[in-house]
Write a new protein. Sequence first.
Length: 383
Amino acid sequence: MSLINHQWNKISTELIQDPNNMELWKRLIHASETTAAHNKPLTKSSSTAHLTLLRTSYESFLRKFPHEATYWAKYALWEFHLGRTSHAISVFERGVAVLPWCIELWVAYLKFRTETVSNDVESVLGLFERARKHVGFHFYAREFYEMYLGFLECYATAENGFERKMWVLVRLVLEVPLFDYGVFYKRWFDFVEKLAGDEELARKKLEYVIPEWKDTEGRIEKKVFAELKKRFTDAYISTQFHTYELYNFEKRLVTKNQAMSVQDMLAWMSYIEYLEVKQYPRKFIELVYYRWVYKEPSNEEIWMKLADFYIFHDLFNQARKALSDALKYVNNDYKVLIKLVDLEIYLKHYQRGVNLLVGYLQFNANAPLPIQEKVMQVKKLIE
């Protein structure tokens, strides 16, 4: 297969000598995206061998680097351009299964689905809601919410209630401290102002703003809109304050370092500690943890802090999953393994703990001393 693309063959040979070199992997993918003879992008009419090479390259890369969100999206869009829409959706679904907290991947997926929507409007709506549950608290979620609102506005009919959903969504967004919060407040205030100037329109749509107003009869007094303006002006001031506070932490997360420095680690940890002290929603903090994990998935310390977060909240299944995922990616996996074994022992799942240690010893003849000590400890517990 590699004979059809000499550049690909050359790079793949280099990868045998340096299999963890991500830049080489990216060059391999780039080589697979063009024909060797004419250096032109592949098309639907390209040979089966060329298309197989493309897919094999992406599959191999994503097995090696599953946290590279950009390449899940690129792979999916290739499948679409090659006329395989269902395969494109499948690739995106695999991507968000691995990276459910990655806003960039969700935005790419939703952009694709809104541009290719046919009669499955409700399924796309469900997809937006799936995304919101994971990334709705993201500090830079403006693009996501504008896309969601645009979708609801575009497909609203008298029957499906999308217009109501749109304004309910705007109302929800007002309470999220986003970097671009002002855009959504302007939209809200403009709507309230429009209702204030048109009583007939207000009778139909005031319930979008005040749910308890539904089916209420009688004249709508001007003080209703004055009270609304005051209430949401107060909310604006509160959101402005919280956004400013979060920005002081968010700006410290931007770094050019490829690997996390001590300073970078402290910036993330101080952000999370602030959110915990201020009692932000658990989902909000969970998202920040995963943003941190995705920055450097090979760093065992981040994964273990995430597990501690879940354990603190008695979310033991999530803690187990986080530690199990970490074992696939981290460099010092024995530290993660010991923490996972300790969790199983704490939960009185002794056999699981034993199985984890046995599995490790089968593939690691020279086990580190902490693993050997843990084996002895578990033996004493089950004897």
